[in-house]
Structure formats: structure tokens, C-alpha cells
Ligand binder design. Structure first.
Ligand code: PLP
Length: 398
């Protein structure tokens, strides 16, 4: 049996989404900016896609949603756009973010630091969450932007976005949230959250890869990252990939209806909890950051004595795909930086395995995964020199 439990890295394109995309390759293939029927023929579905995107995040008609190539581009657009507008051409010089952001945010901030910008990386608490009051404490007169993720990609932990949004609004500071891991898992409502910008990627919610979006509140100014043609009203140059945009819109629609979110919160959560509880029955296992306040599909579990990479190897042999954390970080064997930020001890930081489910997982798959995981833990602990020398109490039952 094959079981895909790495949906925070990417998801399968929903076949219904793929169906919507197909006509835009060989039938309605005109450039949407052309005036003839081949181009204009794309407009109705593009408009429908935009409608789905607006309603999926509860954007106001006056707000903007810019189609990009992925969340990384969206994040860079916001951070570098604010840099140009508020720092290079303004009188501010400070950005606030957290220590557990995706590298798309962290690396963009590091680049800005190399250009003389002051960046504060706020720590998370023991539960892996950034407290809103910490943000308030660090906002200064010259703070141009606060960029805090909606949900963490490794733990699924949800950050207090509404509270942070309110704090930023009161302080007159622009607020960006990387909502890449939140859309389709929990409600993302840009009005309630008081965000000025959010970023997202379609492939995280059963849409195609290579397309994403930036939400911009009405009236907020942002210098574009890409200059060129007048596409997207001059806010993002380059011919729009119609098939991908249509796919993203439909994927957003399927993932954000109240019924879809209820399915995540009930069915997907139940499967995740079943898997997690079975692993937690093994001694010396712990959910990093604890169980509260997470996206319903994610668990990051530390299994003492079991190197994350070895575990993935064993699981892969049995047809199961999981991750040691962010896919972007898994090519090197560095300890998981997010686990480090949570204050895990250095041995534990190498033992995290992330399981991230989706609406396409079944109970039968989870039962199979549990059996494989339990056997893999037994095998790897028997081989582990550090676990073998651990006190007997650590090993009871294995
Ligand atoms: C929280 C978060 N932000 C941003 C990204 C980047 O997304 P993409 O690679 O689609 O640009 C990811 C991808 O893993 C993510 O998990």
C-alpha cells in the first residue's frame, strides 16, 4: 500500500481541479491580454477563479489579489516591496518576524539585513507559538512591517493572527501573514484578521504547483517585484498562466467551503489523532509544541532514539511518505531549526518526524501506517546505541 503523509510539502492535484485546467492547454490557449476571441475566451474562467479566491479568504471587492508563481514569490514581493516603499523611500528601518518562519520569509529578511535593515526575529514559547504581546513589545517608531506566519509548516501550530493584526493596526504598522499552511485547513478571513497582506501557494491545497497569490488590502501601496508588461494592473508583470490560475481558484473553492473546512476539522483531524495517539503509546515519544491549537492535519513527533532520517528511510521502503520537517531543509542533516527554536534538546532535535494528512487519506491507510511506524520504531531503537544505553524506564514495552 502507498500512503502519502507529506501534504505540508505538497498535495495531490484534486482530479476535479485538473479537469477545470485542461481546456486551457490545447483549446482556449490565447493570451488573456489579447483582444481576439482566443484570448478573451479565457476571461470568464479567470474571473470565476478570482471570485473563488476572493471568497475563499473573505477579501473585500476593493482589495487586490495578485497571481504569482508561488508563495515564495508572494512573500518576496511583500517583504521587498515594503522595503522599497517604507525603508528606502521612507523613514523606517525595522522589520519584525519570528524565529520559526519558512525560509522564504527568513532568507528575504536576511537579505534585507545585508542591506542595512534592522530585523527582529522573535522567539516562540514552549508551545511553539509566538505570543501577540511579544510583538507589541518590539514594535518601534521605525517598524515598517510585521511578518508572522498563520500556521507553522512543521508543527501546524496556529499563531494568534487576529490579535497581532489588531496590535499592528493600532500601531500603524503593515502586517503580512504567510498563510501558505493555513488555507484549506482552517478558516482564513483577511477581514477578521486585520492583515494587510497574505501569501499562499495553490499546491498546498490540492491545486497545481507553480502558482500562488498575494492578497493586498485596498489602499496599501506595494512596489512590484517584477517589472514588465501591464498584467495584473502593473502589480505583477508577466503573462498569466491561465490554466494554473483557474486551477488555483477552483482548488481554493473546494478547500474553503464551510463543508470542506468542517471535513478537515472532523475527519482529517480524527485520522491525524488516531495516528498520533498510536505513536504516543510508545514510550519516549512527544508531540513537539503539544497538541493544542494546531491545523487538523499535522503532527511533528519526536521519537527518542530514532533518527528522523532513518525513520523516513524505513517508512519509504514500506510505501509511506513523511518528512523530518520542511522539505526545503530535508536535504541536509542539520537538526531541525524549528525544533531548536522550541527549545528541544539537541538529541531530540534530530528525532522529529512530521506526518501531514489530507482529505484524500483513508482510515485503512492510517491503520497500515500505524503498523509500519510501530515496527520501524522497534527496529530502529534496537539498532540505536544511544537508546540502548538509556535508562531501562525509557524502554519499557519495547
Ligand atoms: C509556511 C510556508 N511558507 C512558504 C512556503 C513556500 O511555498 P512555495 O515553495 O510554494 O513557494 C512553504 C512551503 O513549504 C511553506 O510551508
Amino acid at each position: 500500500m502507498e500512503v502519502y503523509l507529506d501534504n505540508n510539502a505538497t498535495t495531490m492535484v484534486d482530479p476535479k481541479v485538473f479537469e477545470q485546467m485542461k481546456p486551457f492547454f490545447c483549446e482556449t490557449y490565447g493570451n488573456p491580454n489579447s483582444l481576439h476571441r482566443f484570448g478573451a475566451g479565457t476571461h470568464p474562467k479567470m474571473m470565476e477563479a478570482l471570485d473563488y479566491l476572493y471568497s475563499g479568504i473573505n477579501a473585500d471587492d476593493e482589495d487586490d489579489i495578485i497571481i504569482t508563481s508561488n508563495a515564495t514569490e508572494s512573500i518576496n514581493t511583500v517583504i521587498k516591496g515594503v522595503w522599497v516603499d517604507e525603508i528606502l523611500n521612507g523613514n523606517k528601518n525595522h522589520i519584525i518576524t519570528s524565529e520559526v518562519e519558512h525560509p522564504a520569509v527568513t532568507a528575504a529578511c536576511k537579505f534585507l539585513e545585508s542591506q542595512g535593515v534592522s530585523v527582529t526575529y522573535l522567539p516562540v514559547n514552549e508551545a511553539g507559538v509566538l505570543e501577540a504581546q511579544t510583538v507589541k513589545q518590539f514594535i518601534k517608531e521605525d517598524t515598517a512591517l510585521v511578518s508572522i506566519m498563520w500556521a507553522n509548516n512543521e508543527t501546524g501550530k496556529l499563531f494568534p493572527i487576529e490579535e497581532i493584526g489588531q496590535i499592528c493596526k493600532e500601531a500603524g504598522v503593515l502586517f503580512h501573514s504567510d498563510a501558505t499552511q493555513a488555507i484549506g485547513k482552517v478558516e482564513v478571513d483577511v477581514q477578521k484578521a486585520n492583515v494587510d497582506f497574505i501569501s499562499f501557494s495553490a499546491h498546498k491545497f490540492h491545486g497545481p504547483k507553480g502558482v500562488g497569490g498575494t492578497y493586498m488590502r485596498n489602499g496599501v501601496k506595494l512596489t512590484p517585484l517584477l517589472h514588465g508588461g501591464e498584467q495584473m494592473g502593473g502589480k505583477r508583470a508577466g503573462t498569466v498562466d491561465v490554466a494554473s490560475m483557474v486551477g488555483m481558484g477552483y482548488a481554493m473553492h473546494l478547500a474553503t467551503t464551510p463543508m470542506a473546512l468542517a471535513y478537515e476539522d472532523n475527519h482529517v483531524r480524527k485520522l491525524r489523532d488516531k495516528l498520533e495517539d498510536a505513536i504516543l503509546e510508545l514510550p519516549e515519544t512527544v508531540v513537539i509544541g503539544g497538541k493544542e491549537n494546531r491545523t487538523p492535519n499535522t503532527t511533528l513527533i519526536s521519537i527518542r532514539g530514532v533518527e528522523g532520517e532513518s525513520m523516513l528511510w524505513d517508512l519509504n521502503q514500506k510505501g509511506i511518505g513523511a518528512s523530518t520537517g520542511s522539505a526545503c531543509a530535508s536535504e541536509d542533516l542539520e537538526a531541525n531549526p524549528v525544533m531548536n527554536a522550541f527549545g528541544s534538546d539537541s538529541e531530540l532535535a534530530h528525532t522529529g518526524v512530521r506526518f501531514s494528512l489530507s482529505r484524500f487519506n483513508t482510515e485503512e491507510q492510517i491503520d497500515y501506517a500505524i503498523e509500519v511506524i510501530v515496527n520501524a520504531v522497534k527496529r530502529l531503537r534496537n539498532l540505536s546505541s544511544s537508546y540502548a544505553y538509556a535508562p531501562e524506564t525509557h524502554k519499557s514495552g519495547l
